[in-house]
Design a protein around this ligand. Structure first.
Ligand SMILES: NC(=O)c1ccc[n+]([C@@H]2O[C@H](COP(=O)([O-])OP(=O)(O)OC[C@H]3O[C@@H](n4cnc5c(N)ncnc54)[C@H](O)[C@@H]3O)[C@@H](O)[C@H]2O)c1
Length: 433
């Protein structure tokens, strides 16, 4: 019989990983603390939407290669993919990684490999060695012994929700071993299902690299958001400015938005800030700029609605943290809509990816979920918070400038694609190039 892999944490990362491994004819046992998730998976059903996952999961479960449980079982390889959220002190809460490691210690045996995939502060993989060792002092762990009984490595995940099934296999991976032998063991394991390039390093460097990748995104988005606020105060068109600046062969300014959301880009830079607060000045500033962009958009809407003598109607287009998904975690669009709902306005929400208002908005008598046409025809002010594809079909040219607050530049983009003049913008020539 071949090796068995046990994946701890069956969420956005762990479940597709478990299904991908099982589809390579490797037996997988998934472990999750939530019984309803375990029951769903054993019926071959995913508890979240991810293109291609249902087929992969059903094949793995029906083929007898994947099952789920709430209790740890012996295996040859253990993959930890549990959450690592921010706590109230803005540092990483790694208690779930510790719980998983201590549970793995109950069933681990000589020769096994433990891999941490959860996004973690530098030093967490070494801490996993200590947690395993405190439960099983008879086993030689690699942080203390070159000639070890257990192999431990860090392998961060780089998937993009919506493309997970493809990217899990095709993306390049970094593996950080506690020792080079640990990295080699982990590399051999990932070669079973990863087609991308695999680079090996030490565990602490791999932990830092994952955090650096997300902080890089946050800082670059902060630059775009700051520039957009400068353009607003100078009454210049940010979208035209970025388009022109990006014609420079070495400039690539990202798109501004309503802020930064999601559970990675908005949170992971704090793991680095927390580790070296005095040195991480740019990262702290980027976080502040991106949070402030949310306030800036809210203020723009307030100034538009203050001109109405009656109670205004505001259409908020999009609640998700980014286009074309239903994920509301840390979403600036949701935060802006909530703030406006608490103020003196009637809110028409358009979110094509949700069947109903989220619980945080559901109890407001002045908030309703409506379709795009109803929202735009009834609203005094239209606020575009997310660049969902579904919003691109709108005839943006028919809306006058004072009625729109466009945080994501969808109006500019769609009119540009159709070569229409941007009516009321500082630049009214038909766009070229
Ligand atoms: N979602 C992404 O796109 C993404 C991308 C890269 C990295 N990550 C990182 O991967 C990790 C997991 O993220 P996710 O999005 O899959 O989280 P998630 O919340 O979707 O899933 C985590 C699962 O772990 C389970 N769990 C919690 N504690 C557990 C324990 N002690 N033992 C077993 N199961 C436990 C939860 O019930 C849940 O089902 C995080 O560190 C995250 O930052 C996520």
């Amino acid at each position: 019989m071949g090796q068995t892999v046990s994946v701890f944490g069956l969420g956005y990362v762990g479940l597709p990983t478990a299904a991908a491994i099982a589809n390579c004819r490797i037996r997988v046992v998934g472990v999750d603390v939530k019984t309803e998730i375990v029951d769903n998976i054993n019926e071959g059903k995913a508890h979240f939407v991810e293109p291609g996952l249902d087929i992969l999961l059903a094949a793995a479960v029906q083929g007898g290669m994947l099952r789920a449980t709430t209790r740890p079982e012996p295996a040859d390889v253990f993959v930890i993919a549990v959450p690592t959220p921010l706590n109230s002190e803005m540092s990483a809460d790694v208690t779930r990684v510790e719980q998983a490691a201590r549970n793995i210690a109950k069933v681990i045996k000589k020769g096994d490999l433990v891999i941490v995939e959860s996004t973690s502060p530098v030093g967490t993989t070494s801490a996993v060695c200590r947690w395993l060792n405190s439960e099983r002092p008879e086993l030689k762990l690699p942080d203390q012994n070159q000639d070890c009984d257990i192999f431990v490595a860090y392998c961060p995940e780089r998937i993009l929700p919506g493309r997970t099934v493809f990217e899990l296999v095709e993306n390049d991976r970094i593996i950080g071993g506690i020792t080079p032998a640990c990295a080699k063991r982990a590399e051999d394991f990932y070669r079973n299902f990863v087609r991308g390039r695999i680079s090996t390093t030490d565990a602490a460097t791999a932990e830092l690299v994952k955090l650096a990748e997300n902080a890089f995104r946050d800082v670059n988005i902060a630059f775009a958001n700051e520039l957009s606020m400068i353009c607003d105060s100078l009454s210049l068109d940010i979208w035209e400015a970025i388009n022109l600046a990006n014609q420079h062969p070495r400039v690539n300014i990202l798109k501004p938005g309503a802020g930064v959301g999601g559970h990675c880009t908005a949170t992971d830079p704090w793991f680095l800030i927390d580790a070296a607060r005095e040195d991480a000045r740019l990262l702290q500033t980027a976080r502040a700029v991106n949070d402030n962009k949310r306030e800036h958009i809210t203020e723009l809407v307030r100034s538009r609605i203050s001109e109405f003598e009656r109670r205004p109607v505001v259409a908020c287009l999009g609640l998700a943290y980014k286009p074309d998904i239903d994920d509301l975690r840390e979403s600036p669009a949701l935060r802006i809509t909530l703030t406006l709902a608490e103020e003196q306005a009637d809110i028409l929400v358009v979110e094509p990816h949700l069947p109903a208002l989220p619980s945080s908005l559901a109890d407001f008598p002045n908030v309703a979920l409506v379709d795009l046409g109803t929202a735009v025809s009834s609203a005094d002010v239209v606020v575009v918070l997310v660049g969902h594809s579904a919003f691109r079909d709108l005839d943006w040219g028919s809306l006058s400038e004072p009625r729109i607050v466009d945080a994501v530049g969808i109006r500019h983009e769609t009119q540009r694609a159709r070569r229409e003049p941007i009516v009321g913008s500082s630049q009214t020539f038909p766009k070229t190039g």
